[in-house]
Design a protein around this ligand. Structure first.
Ligand SMILES: *Cc1c(COP(=O)(O)O)cnc(C)c1O
Length: 480
């Protein structure tokens, strides 16, 4: 038995060695006429890299058992490798970021780029990207100004805060707030709020990087004001309240109100920092569960931070609003320069915030808000349109069913709020759903949908009406 296996092993080793030996050298492939043509279009080092990559890939395929990969000796001839090299080169010069139709039902999908910008913001980005702007220049005075000037007043007016500062993202806003107010001191945080937000963003880590020491207060489910009082030392500089955006502690719970925390902090010369996470500013019914920004301001928080690209529906940004003294300390902190918002995001944020001056306009224009507040019957009509379009293109009607689904706001926001939605469920041959979904992801535009048993679910909550025809066209490859 073992001997047979030994012989067989030896035979396939021979075949492998033979194949490895017949693999061309880089120079040989470079001399192919087809490669000469490629050299007219691409820089030589890029072509050499592509040739190397193809040979490397073949070598590892052969070593891994080349029979399975279907690599025949004839396939290894230098001329046969040219099309592979050409494909690699095409892919190398094409931008990597690709458009995706989001058929997952998750509206603010972090992996798919979170919020989509309203047209006003897209225009602002294009203007700022294509030409010079008064980014850090006062056109009236003809001298240097701050990029913050463009959003400061509108932020104060839509949030009701005294002062405002924007940075690169909310993680940066929290870091800067703590570095500016508590470096070298202690920060009190309720134990139940020491959260990980996703992709390794952990509040304790941010705190450490800010140069402040974390002091955990209370228990996981219950924390009282007296716990904060008991933990207080002469090094205490701040209380940090973190909205546990992506999970809920339910049942036997307690935590002090923001008013109580503010009174305690201010009475002892410390600050209260409130990390809201999403910072939902629109008055959508769906957002009832989110802490209201206005409450944090009214309670007298020194700094309130939130993301630009979660439920606000804007670009990536970290927004810090609050009292002048604390926000000014952030503005002057050396880290502010390292964490500053870039001009394209600033342009988009500027435009999005203007929409919030008229809340109805914000709800109507901002794609994230629109997607979340679309009535279920409209979502169902959209699903019906998708189904009709697929049937029109030849997919058998019996393979397509409308099903009720549960969508999500996404980005960790509203973790227990279900957003009712509708999907077109398309049956595919047994065991093939994964491969069909992969085919959709390889399309242009790519489609990301849900897979459930032997069905592909196209949830249309986060699909725009104008994308339905395109989605139908892109979905066809997986359904016929
Ligand atoms: C999402 C979130 C963050 C991080 O925000 P980014 O804008 O992604 O950097 C921080 N804190 C809370 C509570 C969050 O929900």
């Amino acid at each position: 038995m073992s001997e047979t296996r030994g012989k067989k092993g030896a035979r396939s080793d021979d075949a492998r060695t033979e194949r490895l030996r017949s693999l061309a050298a880089v120079d040989e492939v470079m001399r192919e006429p087809g490669v000469e043509e490629l050299l007219a279009r691409y820089p030589r080092p890029l072509v050499v890299d592509a040739v190397r990559a193809v040979l490397e890939r073949l070598r590892s395929d052969i070593l891994a058992g080349g029979d399975a990969a279907g690599v025949q000796a004839a396939d290894l001839a230098p001329a046969q490798l040219v099309p592979w090299v050409a494909r690699l080169l095409e892919a190398a010069v094409r931008p990597s970021l690709r458009r995706v139709i989001n058929a997952t039902g998750v509206v603010v999908h972090t992996n798919l780029g979170r919020a989509l910008l309203p047209p006003e913001a897209v225009d602002a980005v294009v203007t700022a990207a294509a030409g010079y702007t008064d980014l850090e220049y006062s056109l009236s005075r003809g001298e240097r100004a701050s990029r913050q000037d463009h959003v400061h007043d509108v932020l104060c007016s839509v949030t009701g805060a005294d002062d405002a500062l924007v940075v690169n993202n909310n993680a940066a806003a929290v870091l800067l707030a703590l570095a500016a107010t508590a470096r070298g001191g202690e920060v009190l945080v309720a134990r139940g709020q020491l959260v990980e937000i996703g992709d390794g963003f952990r509040i304790p880590d941010i705190l450490r990087e800010s140069g402040a020491d974390l002091v955990e207060v209370g228990t996981t489910n219950r924390t009282y004001l007296r716990d904060f009082e008991a933990a207080w030392t002469e090094r205490t500089r701040a209380i940090l309240r973190v909205h546990t955006s992506n999970y809920r502690i339910v049942g036997f719970t307690a935590e002090p109100t923001l008013d109580e925390l503010a009174t305690l902090a201010h009475g002892r010369g410390a600050v209260l920092v409130d990390d809201l996470g999403s910072g939902a500013m629109a008055a959508l019914e769906l957002f009832a569960e989110e802490p209201a920004l206005a409450d944090s301001i009214a309670a007298g928080c020194d700094v309130v931070t939130f993301s630009g690209d979660k439920l606000l529906g804007g670009p990536q940004a970290g927004i810090a609003v609050g009292k002048v003294e604390a926000v000014q300390a952030m503005r002057r902190h050396p880290l502010a320069r390292a964490l500053r918002i870039d001009k394209l995001d600033l342009a988009a944020l500027d435009a999005v915030l203007r929409l919030y001056l008229d809340p109805q306009r914000a709800e109507a224009q901002i794609p994230t808000l629109r997607a979340l507040r679309t009535p279920l019957e409209d979502v169902r009509a959209r699903a019906e349109a998708l189904r009709a379009s697929l049937v029109g293109a030849g997919v058998p009607p019996e393979a397509l069913e409308l099903v009720d689904t549960v969508g999500r706001a996404g980005a960790g926001a509203l973790p227990v709020t279900e957003v009712p939605s509708v999907a077109v469920a398309a049956s595919v041959p047994s065991g093939e759903a994964g491969a069909r979904a992969a085919l959709l992801r390889a399309g242009s535009p790519a489609v990301v949908c849900r897979v459930q048993d032997d069905r592909l679910l196209f949830d249309v909550r986060a699909v725009a009406d104008g994308e339905i025809e395109e989605l139908a066209g892109a979905a066809l490859v997986a359904l016929v």
